[in-house]
Design a protein around this ligand. Structure first.
Ligand code: ADP
Ligand code: ZN
Length: 219
């Protein structure tokens, strides 16, 4: 099963994906995490991608698309994957369709998370990530058991560089609106879209949404 996580930054894509990974036993492919690992290890791909990521811009398709295609080709993806952070443009969605078609696969489900804008900015500022196992936490809404420490592996949590910079946050949200949000219509037309509102105002957060989705998938 191929699942795509759609939704702006800070809506809880990573958190929902994390729950689905455990429930469905298929891997999560986060393009942002792959880029950050490459930046940390100073690979050629990482050095190139960082030129864009540090400014909050999209990494060019010539780098991103083959990287995802290679990842999907790995053994652990034979039963499917949860894509988190890809596709982010109509062009990437078209490329994904081609990549999957070669394997007689298709996108089965697109989970679109929406959150009011004020909440999004607040969540990006309060987001903390585990540099080791990539789990995400939030200093207000999804606190780790021990402050500043990952629940799952005990590593000290950090704030992402691009979450520290208000300019990069604005830029990323703007790119989401312009380039990624048209994918909602794209996948609605394909009949695979499921939208979930994630908001404290209705007491519906990523964890609850993930449990509902898992329950429906197991029906
Ligand atoms: P967020 O969605 O919170 O901004 P991600 O971890 O998904 O963060 O991505 C971090 C950065 O990596 C993005 O701002 C962008 O520069 C780059 N990136 C991630 N996925 C893609 C993609 N599919 N296409 C182009 N660039 C990407
Ligand atoms: Zn961890």
């Amino acid at each position: 099963m191929i699942i795509i996580m759609l939704g702006a930054q800070g809506t809880g894509k990573g958190t929902v994906a994390g729950h689905l990974v455990k429930g469905l036993e298929i891997p999560q492919i986060s393009t942002g995490d792959i880029f950050r690992a490459n930046i940390k290890n100073k690979t050629e791909l990482g050095i190139e991608a960082d030129k864009y990521i540090s400014k909050g811009e999209l990494v060019p398709d010539s780098i991103t698309v083959p990287m995802v295609a290679n990842r999907l080709d790995e053994d652990d993806c034979k039963n499917g994957a949860i894509l988190d952070g890809f596709p982010r443009t109509i062009e990437q969605a078209d490329s994904l369709k081609e990549i999957l078609a070669k394997e007689n696969k298709k996108v089965d489900l697109v989970i679109n998370l929406t959150t009011p804008r004020e909440e999004i900015i607040d969540r990006m500022i309060t987001r903390r990530v585990c540099p080791n196992c990539k789990a995400t936490f939030n200093t207000k809404l999804n606190k780790p058991k021990v402050e500043g420490v990952c629940d799952f592996c005990g590593t000290n949590l950090v704030q992402r560089e691009d979450d520290k910079d208000p300019k990069a946050i604005e830029k990323r949200l703007q790119i989401y609106e312009e380039k990624t949000s048209p994918l909602v219509e794209y996948y609605k037309n394909e009949g695979v879209l499921r939208t979930e509102v994630i908001s404290t105002s209705i007491n519906h957060l990523a964890k609850e949404a993930a449990e509902e989705i898992l329950a429906d998938l197991k029906k």
